[in-house]
Design a protein around this ligand. Structure first.
Ligand code: SF4
Length: 327
């Protein structure tokens, strides 16, 4: 049984014209100790998917309208808040993009780490403080016995994100969802945080769902990958299979837009056009207005998944490298 099994997840957002489906039939699984990267541009539905898994969707703006989310076989959608609290922050936890908005500015970081421990592990104040110092050491914050009494604004951006990681792993969760955990950080600190997450995963055996707009980050970090475009997974599979034989033009576009590290370039490659707004009804393949190999059928029929090899699947009438390829 997979640790996390998301099946046919649907999420809608409210708009003046009525509900609009923004996540449509998303399915993926995460095994114990596994890592999946969910990648796509802003607005593709990846963060809404992670919020839905954690039960953090604001029902007044977005809600799940279909599908299932099972954690160790337990259906999470529809749990009461009380039932959910036993799992969230304990067996499943999450880190967000911007630690300054997640950490409470008026509490010392040590108290914020200890709060999770006291809530889920019933530790005494003294034991929670000792464990908080140990966690700060684990996330490689220097002089943890001093930093534990700092307020968030007294730490650097990288250190604040390390504190968020410490809070997330405080109760040794089986699953960590990391939503753009390095986007607000500079490149060097990004690498350090990703390295830290990898090391912690090896030490603790937790599974990780990494949400990112950066295919390069996911390629370095994940075993499995799911590429999302406009609310749907358009390509998925083992990372090594997807990156060695890219099948969807959108994935190819994302890869081509990663700047080379070994030379300067004057103009970066980009995927032409923009993601159509969520209000826009796009018939056929939702990528067709930006796809350089789109043909007539693409504007009429939305492609279903087809298998490239093994677990590598793609939604495209003309999967790159296939015999159907458009001329
Ligand atoms: Fe491009 Fe057509 Fe494939 Fe969509 S289905 S990605 S438009 S070739």
């Amino acid at each position: 049984m997979p640790l996390l099994d998301v099946s046919e997840l649907e999420i809608s957002v409210h708009s003046t014209g009525g509900d609009i489906a923004v996540v449509k039939g998303v399915s993926f699984q995460v095994n114990k100790s596994g890592t999946i990267g969910i990648v796509g541009e802003s607005g593709c539905g990846k963060s809404l998917t992670s919020l839905a898994i954690m039960g953090l969707l604001d029902g007044s703006q977005a809600r799940t309208t279909g599908g299932t989310v099972r954690f160790e076989g337990t259906e999470l959608l529809g749990l009461t808040m009380r039932e959910r609290r036993k799992i969230m922050g304990n067996q499943m936890s999450m880190i967000f993009q911007e630690p300054m908005t997640s950490l409470n500015p008026v509490y010392r970081v040590g108290d914020q780490i200890a709060e999770a421990l006291r809530q889920h592990r019933s530790l005494t104040r003294k034991a929670a403080r000792e464990r908080a110092i140990e966690l700060l050491r684990m996330v490689r914050i220097p002089r943890p016995d001093e930093r534990i009494d700092c307020f968030p604004h007294q730490l650097s951006g990288g250190q604040r994100q390390r504190v968020m990681v410490a809070i997330a792993i405080a109760c040794e969760p089986k699953l960590l969802i990391a939503d753009e955990p390095t986007t607000a950080l500079d490149v060097t600190v990004q690498k350090e945080i990703l390295g830290l997450l990898r090391d912690l995963q090896e030490q603790t055996g937790m599974a990780v769902v990494l949400i990112s707009h950066d295919l390069g980050v996911v390629a370095e970090t994940c075993d499995f990958v799911a590429i999302m475009y406009r609310g749907k997974i358009v390509e998925t599979g083992r990372a090594e299979d997807v990156f060695s034989s890219v099948a969807h033009p959108y994935t190819r576009g994302l890869l081509n837009s990663i700047p080379p590290v070994d030379r300067d370039v004057e103009v970066l490659n980009e995927i032409p056009g923009r993601v159509p707004s969520i209000e826009q009804n796009v018939p056929g393949c939702s990528f067709h207005s930006r796809c350089t190999i789109a043909a007539g059928i693409c504007r009429e029929i939305d492609p279903e998944f087809s298998t490239v090899s093994g677990k590598h699947e793609v939604r495209c009438h003309f999967a790159l490298g296939s015999n159907n390829r458009a001329e």
